[in-house]
Design a protein around this ligand. Structure first.
Ligand code: PRP
Length: 183
């Protein structure tokens, strides 16, 4: 595609790592039911692939949080736009996220979820961008540390497109540097 600057993670690399994460999670939750909590929309691809490799019983629920609006930079404004359907009280919650950037989204979400009295909360992110972190987040499972670039694919969008691309690529900078309201 002519919007690709370079492929960062191939489909094979992602699938291999997702399988490894699933195996680790299966061991860690061997005697428990895992309440998978997907953060929409970016976490969806990761959730579906990851869950296939978890041998412990799992449930799915979904939450949507708005942190960026339509800007490429975090606004710091975080709000729930779609809440969970099920109670998480007494459950072992595993948050499934596509990427952690500033950490603002998860910082807010963890505080919110803790108040609902789950048995435990852990975080699994496919991508971690530690260079941009502004708040400390205890991340339990990380697929890949990634550089501070505009990443697209495998759940991550550019103008709501390309979430279905099975690999992760760096977007050509000229597509967004001239317009800060483009992502
Ligand atoms: C992205 C990503 C995380 C969040 C991470 O979501 O999926 O939820 O940003 O950024 P942070 O660590 O700086 O808070 P986005 O708001 O772009 O929504 P989307 O998943 O629907 O694309």
């Amino acid at each position: 595609m002519d919007i690709v600057d370079r492929v960062l993670l191939t489909e094979e690399e992602i699938q291999q790592r997702v399988q490894e994460l699933g195996s680790q999670i299966s061991k860690d939750y061997a005697d428990k039911t895992v309440a998978l909590l997907c953060i929409l929309k970016g976490g969806l691809m990761f959730l579906t692939d990851l869950s296939k490799h978890i041998t412990a019983p799992v449930t799915f629920d979904f939450i949507a949080i708005s942190s960026y609006g339509h800007s490429t930079q975090s606004s710091g404004v975080v709000r729930i736009t779609k809440d969970l359907e099920e109670s998480i009280e007494g459950k072992h919650v595993l948050i499934v996220e596509d990427i952690i950037d500033t950490g603002l989204t998860l910082s807010y979400l963890i505080r919110n979820l803790q108040s609902r009295n789950p048995a435990s909360i852990k975080i699994c992110t496919l991508l971690d961008k530690p260079a941009n972190r502004t708040v400390d987040i205890p991340v339990d499972y990380v697929g890949f540390d990634v550089p501070n670039e505009f990443l697209v694919g495998y759940g991550l969008d550019f103008q709501e497109l390309y979430r279905n691309i099975p690999y992760v690529f760096i977007l050509k900078p000229e597509l967004y540097t001239h317009n800060s309201d483009s992502a």
